[in-house]
Write a protein that binds this ligand. Structure first.
Ligand code: PLP
Length: 396
């Protein structure tokens, strides 16, 4: 059975060009880039080459790029550096819909005595800028607000937000893990102070992340030890993965515009198809300000896990925002923050596409999905339609 992989916001396939670039550094060229001999020295040059390519993807300078082990480490490092370099300030601003890499770290800082404001979002999953304005004060250590949401794909107005925060001299970090490689990012045009990227979300391997730190930003390293990354992140470099990430960044930059229209075309076809063939279905999140590859859709009166299991039988991989997803016992904090009705949260599915998704894949999902939903609703004690419940579903 073929796998139809529509879970690319969880992780992506390593691009063949990336693997090809990485392999020599796992086999013959296994030296340590810090070594004095030529064997190590040539790796150092390759790492700098990768740094240039990653910098180019976001229009940064190469020395503003630090390689880390993952997006989570970059997010934690940004927040920790901010609080350590501004010890007198005690207020942190973030949003309710951040990835746990930011959300849980902010909660951790909250337990250490910081005041944390979790900004609400509206029903479309968008930030309410008036609320943001009201929350700003002189005590803010850092604002950490994501570029695009991993569950709904909703893109936040980062440029506007950045203007508002910079005007007040507030340090700004953005988690761009889902945005990088999918939409244009330009840190000269949108002058964030720190920005996070993760390799495995853009067709590089797992085990490598990036933290962009604008020149002149006070910085405290989080991982302390050797002098790697000019003393900003200790630990022997994950050479092959860094080199692969350089290639992945270059590919993403070269194909950004074509992929945007390819992905949004396929995604919209899938979304419109499901909305028209499966009754009592809704899209979660702003359908316009959204990543091109992501859709989050709720099928009322069905459990997300049940849908995932049935899809899995057809070789289709997706993910759900209902209970027990990824080992969590809680239904999606993102959908709950958006005020999505409980039953719709439980029947929510995220499909996330990549450059390797084909029209045939989408057609197959469109073929099998109406049957799966019908069958599950017939089996479920809750499997009744909105009409039977006698309420206007669309108005919720
Ligand atoms: N931030 C966002 C928005 C993500 O989607 C993820 C991963 O899903 C992360 C951070 C964490 O990245 P990593 O898996 O590289 O630690």
């Amino acid at each position: 059975m073929n796998t139809i992989y529509l879970d690319n916001n969880a992780t992506t396939r390593v691009a063949p060009e990336v693997l090809e670039e990485m392999l020599p550094y796992l086999v013959e060229l296994y030296g340590n880039p810090s070594s004095m001999h030529t064997f190590g020295g040539q790796l150092h040059r390759k790492i700098e080459d990768a740094r240039e390519k990653v910098a180019a993807l976001i229009n940064a300078e190469p020395d503003e790029i630090i390689f880390t082990s993952c997006g989570t480490e970059s997010d934690n490092t940004a927040l920790m550096s901010a609080v350590e370099s501004r010890p007198r300030k005690r207020h942190i601003i973030t949003s309710r819909v951040e990835h746990p890499a930011v959300l849980n770290f902010c909660q951790h800082l909250g337990r250490k005595g910081y005041r944390v404001t979790f900004l609400p979002v509206d029903r479309q999953g968008q930030l309410d800028m008036d609320t943001v304005l009201k929350m700003l004060d002189d005590d803010i250590t850092v604002a950490s607000i994501m570029y695009a949401n991993n569950e709904t794909g909703v893109i936040f107005p980062i440029e506007r937000l950045c203007g508002m925060l910079k005007e007040r001299g507030i340090l700004f970090h953005t988690d761009a893990v889902q945005a990088a490689g999918k939409i244009p990012l330009d840190v000269k045009k949108v002058p964030v102070d720190m920005l996070t990227i993760s390799g495995h979300k853009l067709h590089a391997s797992k085990g490598v992340g990036v933290l962009f730190i604008r020149k002149g930003t006070r910085f405290h390293p989080y991982v302390i030890g050797g002098h790697q990354e000019r003393g900003r992140r200790a630990g022997t470099e994950n050479v092959a993965s860094i080199i692969g990430l350089g290639k992945a960044a270059q590919l993403a930059q070269q194909h950004l515009h074509d992929e945007f229209s390819y992905l949004s075309g396929l995604r919209d076809r899938l979304e419109n198809g499901l909305l028209s063939t499966c009754p009592d279905t809704r899209v979660n999140g702003d359908r316009h300000l959204r990543l091109p590859n992501t859709m989050n859709i709720s099928f009322e009166y069905v459990e997300g896990e049940a849908i995932l299991l049935r899809l899995n039988e057809y070789g289709i991989c997706a993910s759900s925002g209902s209970a027990c997803t990824s080992g969590s016992l809680e239904p999606s904090h993102v959908l709950r923050a958006m005020g999505v009705p409980y039953t719709a949260v439980h029947g929510s599915i995220r499909f996330s596409l990549s450059r390797y998704t084909t029209e045939k894949d989408i057609n197959f999902v469109l073929d099998v999905m109406p049957g799966i939903i019908r069958e599950l609703r017939e089996l479920s004690p809750f499997g009744r339609t909105a009409a039977e419940h006698g309420r206007d579903y669309a108005s919720e």
